[in-house]
Design a protein around this ligand. Sequence first.
Ligand code: 13P
Length: 250
Amino acid sequence: MRRKVIAGNWKMNKTPIEVVSFMETFPELVKDAEAEVILCAPYIDVMVLMKLADDTNIKVGVQNMHYEESGAYTGEVSPKMLRDIGVDYVIIGHSERRAYYNETDESVNKKLKAAFNYNLKPILCVGETLEQREEGITKDLITTQTRLALKGLSNEQVKKVIIAYEPIWAIGTGKTATSLEANEAIKWIRDEIRAIYGDEVADEVILQYGGSVKSSNAKELFEMSDIDGGLVGGASLDPTEFSKIVNYNK
Ligand code: 13P
């Protein structure tokens, strides 16, 4: 049985003071969760969050990183820096990064390799736009994104990548993919991994759904055969709402 992993992606939200207030209630609300709980915070919040998450079951991640270990890349943060402060997870290739910051399948692949070089656990994002879905190319697009992102990784590494299927038309729109649509797409990704890396990897790899996950739809989504949890944006900003998603099975 695969474990469930539920991650919050705060995007560009929360000042360090707001993180302190979030953490006044959140740890107690999720302390008995069966799912693994991750909060992916803005860089500026990470040290504060890590301190407050110490001695809890909450893991800390960030939302992006560069693939080089250091150098003349103004404004960037390196995997070495993240490793040094003890960050666990890093989101790679989120659709907002691909759309607004020219993230490509090639840079996503370099970042995944860098994450493993520095012992960071990657959460890779893939997903189609509404036009692509309407054109009927969703399967081709998300399996290609997956294949290119994982290129050159070993079977052991692919096993450890968390992949979040996030249809772009469902992000921040309140429009969730139905549990059947989400499960179907996630199965396509698992089948692609099975074809390239074999049964053992495909049966172990954690595949999440993301896009307007709320406490009202989390249970139905996370109980589908191939959905191993979620990557949650807006609904992860409120500690009570996010705790209900984390505790979807209680
Ligand atoms: P929302 O949950 O706000 O739709 O965002 C999803 C997302 O992009 C998580 O990475």
